[in-house]
Design a protein around this ligand. Sequence first.
Ligand SMILES: [Ca+2]
Length: 397
Amino acid sequence: MVTATALVVAAAATGCGGSDDPTTPTTPSESPDRGAAESGEDRRDRQGAPVGDGSGDVQLTELGDFEQPLHVAQPADGDDGHVYVVEQCGRIHRVPVTGGEPELFLDLAELIVCGGEQGLLSVAFDPDYAASGLLYVYYTDTDGDERIVEYRRSPSMPPVADPQSARELVRIEDFASNHNGGLLLFGPDGHLYAGTGDGGGAGDPERTAQDPDSPLGKLLRVDTDDGDTEVAALGLRNPWRFSFDRETGDLWIGDVGQDELEEIDSATRAQITGNGPAPNFGWSAFEGSHRYNRDQRAPGARPPTLEYGLDGRCSVTGGYVVRDRELESLYGRYVYGDYCEGELRSFIAEPGGAARDDRALGLRIPSLSSFGEDAAGHLYATSLEGPVYRLTPARSR
Ligand SMILES: [Ca+2]
């Protein structure tokens, strides 16, 4: 049962763009090109490989019902057919993909503050988790600061994380309850990446996003040995969810916007993991393609791959480039959605270029809080109202 109050609270969870600066009127931006239908022969990626038409043939298969779920992950070995569902208020459940009773894997409820955009925000498993038993969580602690902490699996069956094994890698002081980033993912180079928000308030008040010395407003590369961090990308407002294309290693970020524009940013694998300058996505010199803080400069800022105005939508939920061969209509397309509207959409994924053929899939998930991908490339989506889904081929008629 979802009450109106719960929805209002939930609406803040992903950094609802238009709501955090009441002094600035929300001005509808001009409607960005959402992509005209293209002929079949144009539906190819930059390597010339065919991609899906984005037209459907996909259904939502419910995995279970949880308390404010906002992330799904799985160790690289598939963990005997189990995925892990993260609940905002601090619990991680180990869940059979084929259905069945969830097992409580880790409970951090006493360590975190939960509500709005705060809480336990993601889990990532060491690429060698089967042998090492190491996993990493990102949460806002009871002081409202961000923490990245390592845990270790205990030898029990079913497996659980040992709460006594906590080893703090990163602690980031934060000045406001919103814009906390929150996703941990291992990249194609085997390093741990973390998305951080600009700290919060509205309009980048501390001017953190373009400050190379601030850990806020960044994509950070985290050394899991000593907790050292490097800036992998900057100029981000609240990169709530990002992903790496499992085939190309390219980076995709859903960066939650301020008053006018939600944006999806991208960069190639080489631009993120190579030795060149960290890609700059422009905030807060720019909101999407619009100039924003005129006292800020963003040298070499990259325009968004896609931006959209707040016509019933409020907060982008970044997704994945689909590499599940069973989802033929989505193959090679970037799937994303909006927290408020909940409509799943997709476009042809070419990092650095403008989105092509952006279109609705015909599925809607209210309070769409996150996407997730398992070790085999199957896609999941969570609703903060409870359900967790796997995207599966539509049943034959
Ligand atoms: Ca914050």
